[in-house]
Ligand binder design. Structure first.
Ligand SMILES: Nc1ncnc2c1ncn2[C@@H]1O[C@H](COP(=O)(O)OP(=O)(O)O)[C@@H](O)[C@H]1O
Ligand SMILES: [Mg+2]
Length: 334
């Protein structure tokens, strides 16, 4: 099956003028404590209408905690969440009307057929029977779910359930669309279709707040993103501005021979990050030829099976921000 190319990314909104209707979504100094743990520690961010904003961070960083507070599932310890003139914490009814939400956990749709579940979600959100039917059919088409449209929820795979949950969340999108790990378990082809629908929500004027683990997809698909680590927002910007600090750097990757200890790195290499047998370090562009000579020696000596030297990715910036900090438990990575 041929898949259409990813939708073109619209330029992020750069206008500083307030829109006539102010629908900016704002989180201000948000803190949520569970006993001694600050699951969210003074987080401030904003998402403009039409913007797709990614929230990245390792497991336990506090991403789901943040999004649950935006729709009244958890009460903040302190701080504010507003959408234009609406205080979403003080007015959870408004929050639920104005925000659409795909939770990280799967929806209980066992005894519903796929198209029924989506239409029902649209009717609950106040859509007319006809509008909801038309929109459901077009979502089922757009995400290539036709073969399951009459299937019962309990018979669906995790990925298809995820996509159905996504359709339920966006059949009648609110001003803010909050998606907690929407691409989990979804196959690569439909993941691409899903990202196109997410971009379409932005084009439609929704502010999209999207939690994801998938840094590479986020790099291609979000206008701005934030990295959250241990409850704190440690970096924020466009995907390319997040990489700016790495501009004159290259990533050197060694696939270590299984069982070898991490080799001592030469002084021109940055701190190593090892995941399994994959060792990544950063080097200055000017050290490229020295690095290749060294990496080839490592390979000849049997320490590594292969090596690669490449441009830095958003994932490298992300790993630098989050792994650096988990070692010393402080915020100097931000
Ligand atoms: N209801 C709760 N009670 C106590 N601790 C919680 C609760 N919910 C989340 N936490 C803790 O808060 C931290 C952040 O969790 P969460 O927001 O789910 O992280 P993420 O979605 O980024 O993986 C974790 O340490 C988690 O164990
Ligand atoms: Mg989560």
């Amino acid at each position: 099956m041929m898949s259409p190319p990813p939708a073109e990314l619209p330029a992020p909104s750069t206008s500083s003028a307030e829109p006539p209707d102010n629908w900016t979504f704002r989180v201000d100094a948000l803190t949520k404590r569970f006993g001694a743990l600050a699951a969210n520690d003074c987080i401030t961010l904003r998402v403009e209408p039409g913007e797709v904003y990614g929230l990245l961070g390792p497991n336990g960083a506090g991403k789901s905690t943040l999004v649950k507070q935006t729709i009244g599932l958890l009460k903040p310890t302190s701080g504010r969440i507003t959408l234009g003139r609406f205080d979403l914490v003080a007015d959870p009814d408004a929050a639920r009307q104005l925000c659409s939400y795909l939770p990280q956990v799967q929806m209980p749709i066992d005894s519903f057929r796929v198209s029924e579940a989506i239409e029902l979600a649209g009717r609950i959100r106040g859509g007319s029977a006809k509008d909801v039917r038309v929109r459901t059919a077009s979502l089922i088409d757009a995400l290539d779910l036709g073969e399951w449209k009459n299937a019962l929820g309990h018979s669906l795979s995790g990925g298809v359930r995820r996509l159905v949950g996504f359709c339920m969340a966006i059949v009648r999108p609110g001003r803010v669309v909050i998606l907690d790990e929407p691409t989990n378990d979804v196959d690569p082809l439909r993941r691409r279709l899903l990202w196109e629908e997410i971009r379409a929500l932005g084009a439609h004027g929704c502010a999209v707040l999207l939690v994801t683990h998938n840094v590479l997809e986020a790099e291609k698909s979000v206008d701005r993103l934030a990295v959250i680590h241990k409850g704190r927002l440690v970096a924020e910007g466009t995907p390319s501005s997040m990489k700016a600090a790495d501009r004159s750097q290259l990533r050197l990757q060694l696939m270590l021979t299984p069982g070898t200890t991490t080799p001592d790195l030469p002084p021109w290499a940055g701190p190593p990050v090892r995941v399994g047998n994959n060792l990544v370090t950063t080097i200055a562009e000017t050290d490229a030829s020295t690095a290749i000579t060294w990496a080839a020696q490592m390979t000849n000596a049997g320490v590594a099976e292969e090596y690669a030297l490449a441009a830095m990715t958003l994932e490298d910036a992300y790993i630098r921000l989050t792994s650096h900090m988990s070692e010393d438990g402080d915020d100097e990575g931000g």
